[in-house]
Design a protein. Structure first.
Length: 240
């Protein structure tokens, strides 16, 4: 099997300054501001010799991000940078339509995902929800009770040994949920945490990328935090 490295398929959402970005949990939008000190201004437009900007953002609420089980743990030593040691994985992309539950929530059913994924789950599963549109690039999910994965989903993925889950939702759990059952189930936390496993939320997979198997390159920032802005990239597989 060969990999087409010349044509990367970026499924992250680029972030810019201001409100034209995806938002969830009522998080302040990203802010880009020039560094100003001792007569220096880090903005060429304002007369500076070069651009030198400070960027303020919250990974969980601003755009594509990847998280480890440190998201649930009180231990500050459990960070994504320490947990994620591999960056290339065999991935399968599936597209699934949400179902309206009895509580009128929009949920992704395990039965539908299991049918689409097939008998052999990959080490990385990429879930594109339908309908799919470019509105996801700038949508404000805060206070809207957006779609999420049905209860027990995370635990079932763990039983299938899925190591990395990527979704275009703001969270795999319900927006207002103090328990976060799917996060706990996926990481098997706190019983026996799956330390090398990750969840990536708020991706965007354009319609031109067909369902199927890919090589996933999961890129993160080298910061010691439970989560990081991330850049997941898919590469087509070529039969040799």
């Amino acid at each position: 099997m060969l990999v087409d490295l010349d044509h990367p398929l970026d499924i992250s959402i680029p972030l810019g300054d201001g409100i034209n970005n995806p938002n969830c949990y009522h998080t302040s939008p990203p802010k880009f501001s020039p560094v100003v000190q001792n007569g220096f201004i880090g903005d060429v437009i304002q007369g500076g010799s070069c651009n030198h900007f400070r960027i303020s953002l919250a990974p969980h609420g601003n755009g594509t991000h990847t998280e480890c089980f440190g998201h649930l743990s009180p231990d500050p030593e459990i960070t994504l940078n320490r947990c994620l040691k591999r960056f290339h994985f065999l991935a399968k992309l599936i597209s699934v339509e949400a179902t309206i539950s009895e509580r009128q929530d929009s949920i992704i059913l395990w039965s539908e995902v299991q049918k689409l994924a097939g008998p052999d789950f990959p080490e990385a599963l990429v879930v594109r929800t339908l309908p799919n549109s470019a509105e996801k690039l700038t949508h404000n999910y805060s206070g809207t009770n957006p779609p999420y994965l049905e209860a027990g989903f995370g635990e079932k993925l763990a039983s299938k040994e899925v190591q990395h889950l990527l979704v275009d939702l703001p969270s795999i759990d319900k927006e207002i949920d103090e328990v976060l059952p799917n996060h706990h189930g996926f990481w098997n936390y706190p019983t026996s945490p799956r330390s090398g496993c990750t969840i990536t939320e708020l991706i965007f997979v354009p319609e031109v990328i067909p369902d199927g198997y890919y090589l996933l390159n999961l890129q993160i920032c080298s910061i010691e935090s439970d989560a990081s802005p991330s850049k997941p990239v898919l590469y087509k597989l070529i039969n040799s």
